[in-house]
Structure formats: structure tokens, C-alpha cells
Unconditional design. Sequence first.
Length: 92
Amino acid sequence: MNTDRLLQIRLRNCLQTILDFNESMEAKGFGLAFSAELELLREFLDRLDAMVLSEADVLRIEDATAVFFRELRGFFDQEHYPRNSGAHFRMQ
């Protein structure tokens, strides 16, 4: 597999993880409040195979994705998360 394809796969993994997380949260009644941005991610994924990416770009997005989920973990670990709401989502 060539380097371009590996970079596309890594980027697709980051973006799809965010989209999958949002779908999971919506199913539990906790949709994320940036649906327009999520739609842009979906559109970006549709065009990803035609893009030429650099390692630096993919690393930056991988890092941003990790930060995004760390920040969400902080949110769910604090009082903002209604623990007795019936939704039993916890990031691990």
C-alpha cells in the first residue's frame, strides 16, 4: 500500500470516529451541537480518496482529534453530564 493511501486511511479513521461518536451520542439523546460542521466532515470524507495529503497534515488532524476526545472526557467526567438521565455513556 502506498504512502498516500495510508495517509488517507489514517485521516478517514479520525473523521469517521468523530462522526460515529456523534451518532452514538444522538442515539442516547446527547447530540453534539455542531451539525453543520459534521455535515462538512461527511462531505470531506466523500472527497478524501482524491486528495493528496502530507504526513504533517494528518498528524495535525490526529492530534486535534485526540484533543477533542480528551476535552469531551473532561466534560463527561464533570457535573455537566447528567449521570442519572438514563444514558449510560462513558468514554474509556
